[in-house]
Write a protein that binds this ligand. Structure first.
Ligand SMILES: *Cc1c(COP(=O)(O)O)cnc(C)c1O
Length: 386
């Protein structure tokens, strides 16, 4: 019996090394990693820049706590604000924790406005994490089941539906914020109408709500912009990120601007590990690579190449209902449930994921060559046609 709690249904494979988009298992078999640790290793495995930065920092100073100045954290906050148009950053260790910080900002902001039951709007199909506040915010019954009583202070609305939000605005004076992913990730790579965020921004402005975007999965270049909202004219009040920021080192961030940037005061929030020198060194290496190696632009190019390639090879396959993507968040939707594809892909040396029963999800790394992108199209085509 394993002494690890059974919170995961794990696949029968364990990896011992990796390089770029390739992983190797204990028998030496190679796998094309089209998931990169669930959108975490955007630079691929064992990226030399990250490896060197982490090794150097580990040999210099790993942790001091936030009781003292952390220059690498200060500098990382500067860079993230430059990249995003935000003004201040709180560093956490995961996506859920970054979202917890956002939820606390919203509640405190509400109390500062004399709203005693500050409420955040969240949407169906969303995923925000597994802590009590973030699972309450999550729009998926399976994630919430069994954990009642949930937190109060959340109302649900359908995704990509501005009318529903306007309706809540007209009827619920306790709302102080709206939290939403720009593209639903765990919810199946659902891309809203191009005007959705603009519409939300306007309703938030009209009602003095904070617009809080969960870019834990969409951030750090994955969709072809540093943050996905940068495809639009919208600037949120709060944006959270995590997954791709440290290329596997645990770091999350909650960025804010305007009134939201100065809502948390000393004593209101904290994290022992958050933003320590080691994880910040990794994040600096990620930002260096993203900018110097043009990887954000590459994510857009590669996404078009892969989605275009998949549409071409899957044309006429009546089992496929849609191929869609935003940068390197790619979905192939099938007519029938397709979770068996995960094991079949594994046998073929390909790592993919299925969400929502019938959505094959690809989250490949941003460092793919054109040839590797074409190889991925070929492998997925083989997977779906055999
Ligand atoms: C993965 C994810 C989270 C949770 O991140 P953890 O690091 O697992 O806590 C939150 N929001 C979104 C959009 C995610 O994709």
């Amino acid at each position: 019996m394993s002494h690890v709690m059974e919170t995961y249904g794990r696949l029968p494979v364990a990896f011992v090394s990796g390089s770029g988009a390739t992983l190797r298992d204990e028998e030496g078999k190679a796998y094309f990693d089209a998931l990169c640790g669930l959108a975490v290793c955007g630079l691929g495995h064992a990226h030399p820049r990250v490896t060197k930065a982490v090794a150097d920092q580990a040999g210099t100073l790993i942790h001091t706590s936030n009781l003292y100045g952390v220059p690498l954290q200060e500098k990382l906050a500067d860079r993230l604000c430059d990249l995003s148009g935000m003004e201040r950053v709180f560093f956490a260790n995961s996506g859920a924790e970054a979202n917890e910080a956002a939820i606390k900002i919203a509640r405190l902001h509400g109390h500062n406005r004399d709203i005693n039951k500050p409420t955040a709007i969240v949407v169906d199909g969303s995923f925000h994490g597994r802590t009590m506040a973030t699972l309450t915010a999550t729009g998926n019954r399976k994630v919430r089941a069994g954990f009642d009583p949930l937190l109060s202070g959340f109302v649900r609305a359908p995704f990509d539906n501005l009318e529903a939000i306007a309706n809540i605005a007209a009827n619920n004076p306790n709302v102080v914020a709206m939290m939403v992913e720009p593209v639903l990730g765990e919810g199946g790579i659902i891309i809203p109408e191009a005007t959705y965020l603009e519409g939300l921004r306007k309703i938030c402005d009209d009602n003095e709500w904070l617009l809080m975007l969960d870019e834990v999965q969409t951030g750090n270049g994955r969709t072809g912009k540093f943050f996905a909202y940068q495809h639009t004219s919208v600037t949120p009040d709060v944006v959270t990120t995590a997954k791709g920021l440290g290329n596997g080192l645990p770091i999350g961030a909650c960025l804010a601007r305007g009134v939201a940037a100065s809502t948390l005061k000393p004593g209101n929030h904290a994290s022992t590990f958050g933003g320590n020198p080691l994880v910040c060194a990794a994040a600096h290496a990620v930002l260096d690579a993203l900018t110097e190696d043009r990887l954000i632009e590459r994510a857009a190019e590669l996404g078009e190449r892969i989605v275009g390639g998949l549409r071409e090879v899957l044309q006429g396959n009546n089992q496929i209902t849609e191929v869609r993507g935003k940068g390197l968040m790619i979905a192939v939707e099938t007519a029938e449930p397709c979770s068996q594809l995960v094991g079949k892909a594994l046998d073929q040396g390909l790592l993919v994921n299925v969400t929502r029963d019938n959505i094959l999800r690809l989250l490949p790394p941003l460092i793919l060559s054109d040839d590797e992108a074409d190889e991925l199209v070929h492998r997925v085509s083989t997977l779906l046609s055999t």
